[in-house]
Ligand binder design. Structure first.
Ligand code: RTP
Ligand code: MG
Length: 148
């Protein structure tokens, strides 16, 4: 079963959107298998976004994601990487469709509320960066077969 790393960025927490965002993920049929709130360390944020380290917005991006508590999670399910990218919507909220998280709640690329891994390799890297293996649980949801 495919896993992806998802973050509710500090603006999502500050705007009181945690419950709504978790609910969208759960109701879509994806499974939360790890969940934590913390203020991301600067070194962790730099490692997380290292692909953008040469971009002009890198410094402000690191400041943004470390500016307050964020919610980190591991989301599991069939095609969870692609599905979570679609649930989040386009990076620039101007292009994000209504019904997506960014399309419903954001207008600025620099305040776009959520993150999700963009490929299997980045998902594996990001899950290992943000979680220890023991923090990730395994269980069955009633809508994926036998509960017991
Ligand atoms: P994310 O990594 O946060 O899920 O977003 P993404 O894949 O949709 O977009 P990505 O290209 O990876 O960009 C990472 C984050 O950097 C900020 N950004 N700012 N000012 C700019 O032009 C700009 N471009 C990107 C956004 O917060 C974006 O989510
Ligand atoms: Mg990205």
């Amino acid at each position: 079963m495919e896993r992806t790393y998802v973050m509710i960025k500090p603006d999502g927490v500050q705007r009181g959107l945690v419950g709504d965002i978790l609910s969208r993920i759960e109701k879509r049929g994806l499974k939360l298998v790890a969940l934590r709130m913390n203020v991301m360390e600067e070194a962790t944020a730099k490692e997380h976004y290292k692909e953008h380290s040469e971009r002009p917005f890198f410094g402000s991006l690191v400041s943004y994601v470390t500016s307050g508590p964020s919610v980190s999670m591991v989301v599991e399910g069939k095609d969870s990487i692609k599905i979570m990218r679609a649930v989040n919507g386009a990076t620039n909220p101007v292009e994000a469709l209504p019904g997506t998280i960014r399309g419903d709640f954001a207008i600025e690329t620099g305040r776009n509320i959520v993150h999700a891994s963009d490929a299997p390799e980045s998902a594996e890297r990001e899950i290992a960066l943000h979680f220890e293996e023991f923090e990730i649980t395994g269980y069955s949801r009633i809508d994926e077969g036998q509960l017991y």
